[in-house]
Write a protein that binds this ligand. Sequence first.
Ligand code: LLP
Length: 476
Amino acid sequence: MRQVVFAHFLTRLPGDAIIEFDICGEDGRAVYHNDSITINSRGHLVFGGCDTVELARTYKTPLYVMDEVAIRRAARHLRSALEDVYPDAEVIYASKAFCTVAMCRLVDEEGLSLDVSSGGELYTALVAGFPPEKIYFHGNNKSPEEIEMGLKAGIGRFMVDNLFELELINQLAGRLKKKADIILRITPGVEAHTHDYIRTGQIDSKFGIGITGGQAQRAVEKALAMDNVELRGFHCHIGSQIQEIEPYVLSAGIMMDFISDVRESTGFTASELDLGGGIGIRYVESDARMDLPSLFAAISKTIADKAERHGIPLPRLLIEPGRYIVGEAGITLYTVGAVKDIPGVRTYVAVDGGMADNPRVALYRAQYEAVVANKANLRPTAVVSIAGKACESGDMLIWDIELPRVEPGDIIAVLSTGAYTYSMASNYNRFPRPACVFVSEGEAYCVVERETYEDIIAKDRLPGAIGQARPSAAAL
Ligand code: LLP
């Protein structure tokens, strides 16, 4: 039976437009914000089938919680939507969004390839047993050690960012008697921002090789003349959290024109075109979800039209989404401590985490929705601001959100935090980094343990005279 319950808060939840309520027996199951979230009969927020208040009790807070089912769903949706319109295609998960050994395993199980952008991400993938030939190595300043690590592991592609790196890879591959498959990162002169994109003639970016001015063309010629690299194709990445189709269409067209120009001038035909990541997700109500079938249909039409016009074969199409796969699949749980009301000004609700586990608000003024997890069925009563516990005024999680009455001990769930939170976390103020738990249809398991104070000082040393000064120094 389907009917509306909790009508009093129905209009106040984030994402009114998609709220649905299912009643299963006595258990009011509410679905809102995204498919992972419901509310149980205790009025608790349920995520991935797990009561979040119980999760907070078991694993402590702050706590990253990721819904494994939602990650798999996003991965499958991407693959099927892309392959439906462009059969010779590959989805590469950009691990910078969220990278752990368990996540790499999951990505492999879903048949995706992996984008790593550092030795650390590569190491994580290799430890996870990720097939090296499906690894794409990004980064604008790979060290010789990182390049050697990739060469020895036999990774699939080096995504070459600049001429210095091209030389370095050629040299190191020669020394190791290997041939490195490479893709050149090109700056197409399209930059997309949320709700906005610009086309720049002059290219000012630390990433990639510009088309205008002929630099990219020269890089191709160089690569083709090298003995130890094999050029496979071209890559571009035009931005992140993109919610429009147009900038992708524009960059796909520019890249196809480039492929054609290169073919005319050198005879080389690129067999791979990587259009990068950037697909936007829903953080707050005003964020539109990208319509994947429309996006991929538009991209593939542009590529097909250009291929026909230029008389070139269709390249294998690669995309590298990170945020889309994990962003909405994650929430972060916090416990409320001090609640400070400044009459007539603002109420600060301080939680036990903040910018150290999620620096996106301080860095980008990112916006989030939140729910009081143990009062998920109560109506909002006031506007408050959720503050972190770091020694920085800018350490805020949410400015001005309507919530039910918040008291010390309440559990706050910040939504859509699966991407670029754990992966960007720090030990600022020597806060131990939180644990990360995967949930799946009511089961929870820890994929990253919470750091301890011992972990925090594990690499500290007391050298020389400083070490002599205190007897307790021997412990280090
Ligand atoms: N490929 C390349 C070459 C990239 O540089 C990136 C992201 C991606 C793929 C994946 O983009 P996504 O699909 O996740 O948007 N820390 C920022 C985001 C930085 C993205 C950097 N590059 C944030 O928290 O919003």
